[in-house]
Design a protein around this ligand. Structure first.
Ligand SMILES: [Zn+2]
Length: 455
């Protein structure tokens, strides 16, 4: 049993003073008391204590190309031209490189305020599409990266069988992603073993409506009943909406809700291009929408109608997706800024009786992020995993700021360097901005990048 004493901690009803948090040997919070004096043996926390943010959407390998595709060569540059560059990288990656990139990335995530990650994992096979001797080779590399970094992992092995709506064949450059239903279910057996080894969880995942047919999705869901999360990319691009309408006479989100029972297991990634009816449908279902504002901005996807969605009682979390940013605060900041830019007004995303925008952003993304992986995370409360971020209590920008203003100060006026310590499952993984594995991770990442750049 470990007990923390924090002068300030973010509980369900906002900042509270003198909070004692009891953590059991398994890394779960056993009890939380407020207004409590520190007791002998308590570990004293020096700064504001927050629940760590769940990152609900990651493609780890894409970190290798972040910032390297920012060159204006094509007046029609878009997601689709970026995807060609991404496929060039995909064609070369080895399992060792994927592990090195993911380990380095996950340490960056911890320092950026994320304490768990949902890895939307679709790079399964060798170049050309031949499976590795172990079908779950790449999944095991992701699990090894999570283990080395200490971040909480939900592995989402991705079903990817087609290159367009209506079961079109894959292009050659997509063959590393391909599984039919039978092989996907075999892959899941390997993923299950890899996750059990490191005490991680897994969920189901369909790359998109372009990549899976209705019959395949229904076969996978029938073979894997239960409460596991189900993630899918949807309506990220206008072209995707247009292609879906040409194929089915429906918009993607409309089609999905028509064909499937969309309950609390579902996480709809992006859902950028949605009609008012679709906003209403999503808001009144139990599904979570996974927003990735820095990637959506980087790719020129468009702006999700977050203000309308929040008004419709919708649940959302955030993800770093392509990892042009690996910062929880930056995702939340740009989520709000996108709304300000499109509505030409300030302070758009606030809900309930909390006028502080940062409070709504942070608490909604904690709640949605936890739901997206169906885990007991995302709050400082009994029964939740002890995943925490400690801000630098000595930072001059935080000194003399009223507690009600602390989160706004950080999200809109601060940066990741204000994150001082990070705990996952009751274990400190970052202390005083240092991670014990960072030197080794740095060397392995540099070696991977050197080989990739030379190729
Ligand atoms: Zn994605």
């Amino acid at each position: 049993m470990k007990v923390l004493h924090a002068p300030l901690a973010w509980l369900a009803d906002g900042w509270q003073s003198d909070v004692r948090v009891e953590i059991d040997a398994a890394g779960a919070i056993k009890a939380v008391s407020r207004g409590a004096a520190p007791q002998p043996g308590d570990e004293r926390i020096a700064g504001p204590l927050l629940p760590g943010m769940p990152n609900l959407h990651s493609h780890a390998f894409q970190r290798a190309m972040a910032g390297l595709a920012e060159e204006a060569l094509n007046p029609q540059d878009s997601f689709w031209t970026w995807r060609e560059l991404m496929y060039r990288l995909v064609g070369r990656l080895t399992p060792e490189q994927v592990q090195a990139i993911a380990t380095h990335l996950y340490i960056e995530m911890l320092k950026g305020g994320y304490t768990s990650v949902a890895e939307f994992h679709y790079l399964h096979h060798q170049p050309g599409g031949v499976p590795y001797a172990n079908l779950a080779e790449m999944a095991e590399r992701i699990a090894a990266a999570a283990e080395a970094s200490g971040i909480g992992l939900t592995l989402l092995p991705t079903f990817y069988a087609h290159g367009g709506f209506g079961g079109q064949p894959l292009a050659d450059k997509q063959l590393r992603f391909r599984n039919d239903v039978e092989h996907y279910l075999k892959l899941i057996d390997g993923v299950d073993r890899a996750c059990k080894r490191i005490d991680a969880d897994w969920g189901l995942c369909f790359h998109s409506l372009r990549a899976a047919t209705e019959a395949e999705m229904k076969a996978v869901l029938a073979a894997c009943p239960g409460e596991r999360p189900i993630h899918i990319h949807i309506a990220e691009q206008m072209k995707e909406v247009e292609d879906c309408r040409a194929w089915s006479n429906r918009r993607p989100v409309e089609w999905l809700y028509d064909k499937f029972e969309i309950d609390g297991r579902w996480c709809l990634i992006h859902a950028t291009h949605v009609s008012p009816d679709e906003v209403h449908m999503m808001g009144h279902s139990e599904a979570v929408v996974g927003l990735c504002p820095t990637t959506e901005a980087n790719l020129g996807d468009g702006i999700f109608p977050a203000q309308e969605f929040l008004a419709a009682n919708g649940a959302f979390g955030v993800g770093s997706d392509s990892h042009v940013s690996v910062s929880a605060l930056e995702e939340l900041r740009w989520l709000e800024y996108g709304q300000r830019l499109s509505h030409k007004r300030r302070n758009r995303l606030s809900a309930g009786d909390r006028p502080e925008v940062a409070d709504t952003l942070y608490s909604a993304a904690l709640h949605g992020g936890a739901q997206a992986v169906r885990k007991h995370i995302g709050a400082i409360a009994a029964g939740r995993r002890a995943d925490f971020v400690v801000l630098d209590g000595d930072h001059p920008m935080l000194a003399n700021v009223a507690p009600a203003k602390l989160l706004g100060r950080w999200l809109f006026g601060g940066n990741d360097s204000w994150v001082k310590d990070v705990m996952v499952g009751g274990k400190w993984v970052v202390t005083d901005r240092y991670h014990a594995g960072e030197a080794a991770a740095h060397d392995a990442f540099s070696a991977a990048m050197s080989a990739l750049m030379a190729a």
